[in-house]
Ligand binder design. Structure first.
Ligand SMILES: Nc1ncnc2c1ncn2[C@@H]1O[C@H](COP(=O)(O)OP(=O)(O)OP(=O)(O)O)[C@@H](O)[C@H]1O
Ligand SMILES: [Zn+2]
Ligand SMILES: [Zn+2]
Length: 798
């Protein structure tokens, strides 16, 4: 008898131990770890993941049988199964949540299975395929014997299983044209046709650049190629007509092929070191510290190409906001159709398609955001994390993993190097590089030795005494100067912890959320006051609810008001705004970037979104309007974040031949994070900040864990959290520092009360056991409304 070990999905009874189930005889030998099954659990049927197979069980009673198969082939690779175990331990979460996190969103909900096969198998198994190459599995109601047969064929690779997401609109096929000409033939054709045939020569020009991919007719016609020309082209044998899937997603558009650039010495030595590690299958972690504009991307591309050359695959991670069509274009132009893209701006159907291509082994390069670290890519030869310091790499929900740690785990498993890249590495990574745990690679100069921008600081305290303008005189003068020279400008409004709110001028009343301890934010576009934490919305009052005064005013500035002011100050300038409101629609982010890139606008203003990764040669002025809004946070990382943001955004200026300038407006001109951002001196910042961390006993000198508890009753939350703190004090050594419990900075969210405990430690041999115990005990408390979560190495302490 074969027995499957199954991690079941029962939200109220989560455990990390698998349950044993008997495998029905028909499926014997065919089910594999990594497949999902239906199993009886108490009175219900639940879904579970097979994590192992054995032939005996220690369970005395009669085992229950697997009642159905959710998958016909594994959806979790053996590597990812192993990873899920480690991840559960590392993040103090249950294996079931780790396994689910690894699947693309759509596969966790509703889908139908489709079986695809070849002609031979189709003919040999009429009872399955009824003469078709493609059938809908779920409609057939196969018996177990037939399912057994299907499993055997699937395992022998005679059948492929694909999922159709129910909300997945059918791919639409459209007319496209594929070039049949070699580059020489194109040149010959161009030489012979008359100049009068504009559309024909345009087509040939396009074919010259993009011979490899079929080109959609709609796209060609936008470029001025008429349908008559296309008919002629088919007749003359220039192109073949085909049909391709219509692509609406800007991340998947065809791009022009590009070739490796000649590297400078620093880039070359970086590539050499990484390539050597790839060849030697060395599990080295490199920290690639390169100033803004030093050409890190080209290093990544060439090292990835080398991994492919040695027969391996490559995985590249990018923060959400820098995974713009600009960077995607650069990668796809180099690697073409071998690239799979995982981005949250894609629909779940599109993401599923990409996941399938990776799972089928068609994609050799995966580029994506945080969750792409779980791509079912095999045989990995290189993992890259661009902007490794970025906070979006930390997942803020269960399982609360740090992508960097998962990347290192996968690299160790695959015997390959990891490259962590940044202009402003996290202190944790830099400290490890200093200790020799990571290998440090420096790119100290901008590409072509372009100078770093010149940065000046404007003290807004002085400025405010003179005028209420949000742009200082210095910045406004420089904007005028750039507009006159026809150069481009970026203006950053730092919105972290900053929002516009309304207040009564007479009694000082500020509307609060009824469910949370936070004031409501004004949204001018929808004319509402919104709560950012629970989603509560209400109309903007015209009279004060407290004193009935009509003198209700709003405070703080949003990017929308900034746009109005800027347009008023510079009526001739063409202004683009990029923030959450203007980028909500699919493709709008790209549209703004393209427009600015084509110099159809002079000023790009926006929030954090514009700070990173963008590469526009015409930008010679960057203005930061409120540098210090993040400094006021009661969080030991606020200086680090401010320094990183200012350095990153400054790095957008003067990337090509013209000298760049940056103006930082601040109320704290003497703060070291701002002073050192002015000189863009990462080294000095690192030294200064490390001393502060040392004195304050913070990371990277200490490890940290945050325990958060919440319930609808403040009394209950506080009581339970005190119990936990007692427990910790009793079982940890007296070296451990236990802070709290204290109410969180925002104590009440959505009518739940939040308290937290922070543990700081250097070595605590029993910590893991103690926390596991807290996690397990919390399961019984959960029924009483108390939720406990444990965050290993949290990024925020508020
Ligand atoms: N070897 C090369 N040959 C020609 N141009 C290059 C080369 N390497 C980099 N560049 C150019 O230099 C500019 C900066 O490179 P890149 O955008 O990769 O910098 P980066 O290090 O990623 O900077 P940031 O951290 O600011 O994003 C780009 O315009 C890029 O095309
Ligand atoms: Zn009032
Ligand atoms: Zn609220």
């Amino acid at each position: 008898m074969q027995i499957a070990q199954v991690i079941v999905d029962v939200p109220t009874r989560q455990t990390n131990e698998p349950y044993s189930y008997e495998i029905p005889a028909n499926f014997d030998g065919q089910v594999q770890p990594g497949m999902r099954v239906q199993v009886p659990f108490g009175p219900r049927k639940v879904t579970g993941f097979i994590v192992g197979l054995t032939d005996h069980s220690d369970f005395d009673g009669k085992l229950k049988k697997i009642s159905g198969l959710v998958d016909l082939s594994p959806v979790i690779t053996p590597e990812l199964l192993k990873l899920s175990e480690w991840l559960a331990g590392q993040t103090f979460s249950f294996k079931i949540s780790c396994l689910q996190t690894m699947l693309p969103g759509g596969m966790r909900t509703k889908f139908k299975k489709k079986l695809l096969t070849d002609n031979q198998t189709k003919a040999a198994y009429p009872e399955i395929f009824h003469g078709e190459n493609e059938i809908n599995y779920d409609q057939q109601k196969f018996d177990n014997q037939t399912i057994g047969k299907i499993l055997t064929l699937r395992k022998a690779d005679k059948i492929k299983v694909h999922y159709e997401l129910s909300n997945h609109s059918k791919p639409m096929l459209v007319k496209a044209f594929q070039s049949k000409l070699t580059p020489t033939q194109i040149d010959e054709a161009l030489a012979t046709i008359s100049k009068r045939f504009v559309s024909q020569s345009r087509l040939l020009q396009i074919l010259k650049d993009q011979r490899d991919l079929p080109l959609q007719q709609a796209w060609l016609s936008k470029k001025g190629v008429t349908s008559t020309t296309l008919e002629t082209a088919v007749k003359r044998g220039w192109v073949d007509e085909t049909r391709v899937r219509r692509i609406r997603n800007p991340f998947l558009q065809p791009v022009k092929k590009s070739y490796p650039l000649a590297l400078n010495d620093d880039q070359q030595s970086a590539v050499d070191r990484i390539n050597r590690a790839i060849e030697n299958q060395a599990n080295t972690t490199f920290l690639l510290e390169g100033v803004t504009g030093s050409g890190k991307t080209e290093v990544y591309l060439q090292a990835m190409a080398h991994a492919l050359k040695t027969g391996k695959t490559a995985l590249m991670l990018v923060p959400e906001i820098t995974l713009t069509p600009q960077i995607v274009g650069r990668i796809r132009s180099r690697f073409g159709d071998q690239v799979a893209m995982l981005h949250s701006a894609m629909s779940s159907g599109e993401r599923y398609d990409e996941w399938q291509r990776i799972n089928d082994g068609q994609a050799k390069v995966v580029v994506g955001v945080r969750s792409a670290i779980f791509a079912p890519l095999e045989n990995i030869g290189l993992i890259i994390m661009d902007e490794e310091h970025d906070s979006s790499y930390k997942q803020t929900e269960t399982p609360r993993y740090q992508t960097r740690d998962v990347a290192k785990w996968r690299a160790a498993y695959n015997h390959c190097p990891v490259v962590l890249g940044s202009a402003t590495p996290s202190l944790e990574s830099r400290a490890r590089a200093m200790k020799g745990v990571y290998e440090l690679i420096l790119l100290p100069h901008r590409f072509n030795n372009h100078a770093l921008p010149h940065v000046s600081i404007v003290d807004m305290k002085d400025e405010m005494a003179r005028s209420r303008n949000i742009l200082s005189k210095k910045l406004a003068d420089l904007v005028d100067d750039r507009l006159a020279k026809h150069e481009q400008i970026i203006l950053l409004l730092n919105r972290r912890g900053y929002s516009s709110f309304i207040m009564c001028r007479d009694c000082g009343y500020v509307p609060q959320c009824p469910n949370c301890d936070i004031s409501l934010t004004m949204h001018k576009d929808t004319h509402t006051l919104n709560c950012h934490l629970c989603g509560h919305k209400e109309p903007i009052p015209v009279v004060c609810p407290k004193c009935h005064s009509k003198r209700i005013r709003h405070y703080g500035i949003g990017s929308q008001q900034l746009e109005e002011q800027v347009k008023e100050m510079f009526p001739k300038a063409r202004v683009l705004r990029m923030d959450v409101d203007t980028t909500r629609k699919k493709g709008s982010h790209e549209a703004i970037i393209n427009k600015f890139g084509a110099h159809q606008a002079d000023i790009l203003l926006g929030t954090q979104m514009i700070a990173k990764g963008l590469d526009f040669p015409e930008v010679t002025l960057v203005g930061v309007l409120n540098a210090d809004s993040a400094l006021q946070f009661p969080d030991f990382r606020s200086s680090e974040r401010t320094f990183q943001l200012l350095t990153q955004v400054s790095g957008r200026s003067g990337r090509a031949d013209k000298q760049g300038e940056v103006v930082i407006q601040t109320f704290n001109p003497d703060h070291y994070a701002i002073q050192l951002a002015k000189t863009q001196d990462y080294e000095k910042f690192y030294q200064t900040e490390m001393q502060i961390r040392h004195i304050g006993k913070y990371p990277p000198y200490y490890f940290t864990v945050k325990i958060t508890g919440s319930s609808p009753s403040e009394k209950q939350t506080a009581y339970e959290m005190h119990q936990i703190a007692h427990f910790l004090r009793r079982y940890l050594t007296n070296q451990a520092i236990i802070l709290g419990p204290t109410p969180k900075t925002i104590k009440r969210i959505n009518n739940r009360y939040f308290y937290q405990i922070i543990i700081k430690y250097r070595q605590e041999p029993h910590l893991k056991d103690v926390l596991d115990k807290i996690l397990t005990t919390s399961q019984t408390k959960e029924r009483k409304g108390l939720l406990i979560s444990i965050d290993n190495e949290p990024l925020d302490f508020m």
